[in-house]
Design a protein around this ligand. Structure first.
Ligand code: BGO
Length: 737
């Protein structure tokens, strides 16, 4: 056999005749390493690719380009080491190179190398990589140093909060490298995924991001190439390159308008611009994530924020402090509100007296005094309380405390199957259910969202407040009234939490998905912002008083005055005439008797009127709760708007010339033998828990998106209200009477 270079020739011949086995080219995965300068990216890159690397330059700039490759589990992993950057703006050539590569080249996987000894600074870039919706893995590098410093990182929890697979590594010790490569392959082959829904900005920011994204999506060419959400965020932060990309396109006109609106609203509501707002919200997200997952060795010297946080977010002191703040708010609202409230009351009394003097008795005067002033005036007297309540809530929100409260509540919320993030819409519910329902949009888990929507009605809205002030202030002394108010609000929260637990385990049978609880910086809210927010709510309240409440007040006046019973009218006119003719009575005695007869006649006429008939129809349903037909009817009218409850009561208790005067209404309530403390408690509980106003219910339906949920919401709130009121009435009856 012929030999070539000492090798058997048959070997070569065989090789030529036998078909060559097909060697498949290994599948290639393109990976980018992104991270801050000095996070250990180069060291990690060296560990990943060994000597298998080349150095070149990025096209057009004098920035070095390192690339290398390695084999792992049948895959050729090609790794590009991007220049170190703190951010993905376009201020430096390094940033432009890193950003363009990720956005334009779309690597299969991006490894975000993070210096774990400095998470706060390094995660800023991470939040921007989340915006781009890159297929991310976080390499928590320098873990050896973290261990040396006795810092503990709950990596599992961090992974859940960020929605990104997180691998601890040490580039100097060479640990975590295999695991990192395993995750690259798993992410590429879709065995694992990166969740991009974890970074949610504030309602205000998300509102504009969503609106701009929707318009961007209509430009097919653009949205095929770029992530619309990322573009929207970049436009809001005034990114010159993205502006250049979009401003020549037809969609720009609409986007431009939204951007202008965003600048205006952010200035008014947050006293800053969208760029700063988003930046701050990224930091809040990062602070929250770190606070939840990292335990540092106690430091000797702490920052002021850390010292305050150690009290406010503390496991032991956090909850009582939150309860104390809430209690204070209700005390202040009640006590401070008293003086201006009396002033407005006196104004309306003077107005009624004036009208009584200038307009002769008749239907016109009665509509004005018993309808309009009793109804609208009865609601307006509570304006100072509403303003104080909203001012206090806005203050706590603006200082950054509300986010801390949500943070503290987070753990409690988890016990009830909800996430701390649900607490923000719930707290918003203390103001008004409409924005609260809308705020649930930031909850990405469907079951969390529906559950939160269903429990928001139990968070007592501001419109119910006047009823509380009226009833608690009538049946309880000044000291106890604030406590009763606080108790009512607390009961709402407790019922909301229990309901959430029940719904989560019976209706949804799942647990809540973890999200970061943002921790914004502490700051003093500006006077202007506080005033704006307070005035915004107050003007809404005033508008309601001038429209729907005015309309319903007049409607109730009509329904409570007609039809009139002719026989009752005749009978009492005769009786009154008899008194007038009675020579044995003094003028004073006559006046007393006539007033009594008038009152009796009015009360009988009311019972015979449309309102009386409707009230009597409802009475059997509400009687077990201690209510008569007047309270029952007030509840029904309250379905239109909660403020109407007080105005209905004002009209129903037919105050004549005293209309608009809450003191007179209080006297009537106190004088009635049907009402006592137990009825008052039962009534307060019912008002607290039953279905929100009509406008809020429409928003609920829109957010829940199905009649099934809307029907459930109506039945559930009404049944809970009835049941708990029934229990409260009977228990209060045992102790308070
Ligand atoms: C010096 N652990 C520890 N302890 N150190 C690490 C790790 C790790 O996991 N990873 C990297 N380092 P680069 P960029 C140095 O150079 O890879 C260290 O910019 C020194 N140099 O060894 O360059 C790494 O590519 C003198 O440290 O980062 C390097 O992201 C004294 O982090 C530094 C001490 O790593 C930056 C360290 C002259």
């Amino acid at each position: 056999m012929k030999k070539i270079n000492g090798k058997n020739l048959a070997y070569f011949l065989d090789n030529e005749t036998v078909p060559k086995p097909k060697i498949e080219k290994p599948k290639q995965i393109l990976v980018a390493l992104a991270g801050n300068p000095n996070c250990g990216k180069t060291s990690l890159f060296n560990k990943l690719v060994g000597a298998n690397q080349r150095v070149g330059n990025w096209a057009g700039v004098t920035v070095e380009r390192f690339e290398g490759s390695t084999f792992h589990r049948d895959y050729l992993i090609k790794i590009i080491d991007l220049p170190g950057t703190y951010s993905l703006t376009t201020y430096s050539p390094e940033e432009i190179v890193a950003r363009n590569f990720i956005v334009e080249e779309k690597p299969d996987v991006v490894i975000n190398v993070v210096d774990s000894t400095n998470l706060e600074r390094n995660f800023f870039l991470t939040t921007q990589l989340i915006d781009i919706q890159a297929n991310l893995i976080v390499a928590l590098n320098m873990m050896d140093e973290v261990e040396d410093k006795k810092t503990q990182i709950d990596i599992g929890h961090l992974e859940n909060l960020l929605g990104i697979h997180t691998i601890p590594t040490s580039a100097v010790k060479g640990t975590g490298i295999e695991e990192l490569l395993d995750h690259v392959v798993d992410l590429y082959t879709n065995k694992i995924v990166t969740k991009h829904n974890k970074l949610v900005f504030s309602d205000l920011s998300e509102h504009f991001i969503e609106r701009i994204s929707e318009i961007l999506k209509t430009d097919e060419e653009l949205s095929a190439k770029y992530v619309p959400r990322w573009l929207a965020i970049k436009l809001l932060v005034n990114d010159k390159d993205i502006y250049g990309l979009i401003h020549g396109r037809p969609i720009w006109i609409k986007i431009h308008q939204i951007l202008e609106e965003a600048i205006r609203r952010v200035k008014i509501e947050q006293n800053t611009d969208p760029e700063m707002l988003l930046k701050e919200e990224r930091h809040s997200f990062i602070r929250g994530a770190i606070r939840e997952t990292v335990k540092f060795k106690p430091k000797i010297k702490r920052t002021t924020t850390e010292i305050i946080d150690s009290l406010l977010i503390n496991r032991i002191t956090g909850l009582p402090i939150f309860a104390l703040f809430m209690w204070l708010i209700f005390q202040v609202t009640f006590r401070l509100g008293e003086m201006p409230m009396n002033l407005i009351e006196n104004l309306f009394t003077a107005l009624s007296n004036f009208i009584v003097q200038i307009i002769p008795e008749g239907i016109g005067r009665s509509i004005l005094v018993d309808g309009v002033i009793a109804g609208v005036g009865g609601v307006l007297v509570f304006l100072p309380n509403i303003m104080i309540l909203f001012l206090s809530l806005s203050f706590l929100e603006g200082t950054g405390y509300m986010a801390r409260a949500a943070f503290v509540i987070d753990k409690v919320m988890h016990k009830f199957g909800l996430h701390g993030k649900s607490f923000i819409p719930m707290i918003t519910g203390f103001g008004c259910s409409v924005p609260a329902f809308m705020a649930t949009r930031t909850l990405k888990s469907e079951s969390d969202r529906i559950t939160t929507l269903l429990v928001i009605p139990f968070m007592s809205c501001g419109a119910k407040f006047p009823v509380y002030v009226l009833v608690a202030g009538t049946f309880f002394d000044q000291n106890s009234a604030g406590n009763v108010l606080f108790g009512i609000y607390l009961l709402g929260v407790v019922i909301a939490l229990i309901s959430a637990r029940l719904m989560k385990s019976i209706l949804f049978k799942d647990i809540s998905e973890p999200f970061v609880m943002e921790l914004p910086p502490y700051r003093m809210p500006t006077f202007k912002t506080l005033m704006f927010q307070m005035w915004f709510r107050a003007s809404q309240y005033l508008r309601k008083a001038g429209t729907i409440i005015l309309f319903v007040s007049v409607l109730i006046w009509v329904a409570s005055n007609f039809p009139k019973s002719e026989s009752v009218e005749k009978l009492y006119i005769t009786k009154i005439e008899n008194v007038k003719q009675n020579v044995n009575l003094s003028d004073e005695q006559k006046l007393q008797k006539i007033t009594k007869l008038e009152s009796k006649k009015n009360s009988l006429q009311l019972e015979n009127s449309a309102v009386g008939i409707a009230g009597k129809f409802i009475e059997p349903i509400v009687r077990p709760l201690g209510f008569d037909w007047k309270l029952g009817l007030s509840i029904v009218t309250g379905i239109a708007a909660k403020e109407i409850i007080v105005s209905t009561m004002g009209t129903l208790y037919s105050l004549g010339s005293d209309s608009g005067n809450t003191d007179a209404l209080r006297e009537k309530l106190l004088a009635s033998d049907k009402y006592n403390k137990a009825v008052a408690i039962s009534f307060l509980v019912f008002i607290l828990l039953y279905i929100p106003c009509f406008a809020a219910s429409i928003v609920f339906h829109r957010e829940a998106g199905s009649w099934k949920w809307t029907a459930f919401y109506a039945v559930y709130t009404m049944s809970v209200a009835w049941l708990i009121s029934f229990v409260a009435y009977n228990i209060a009856g045992l102790f308070l009477l």
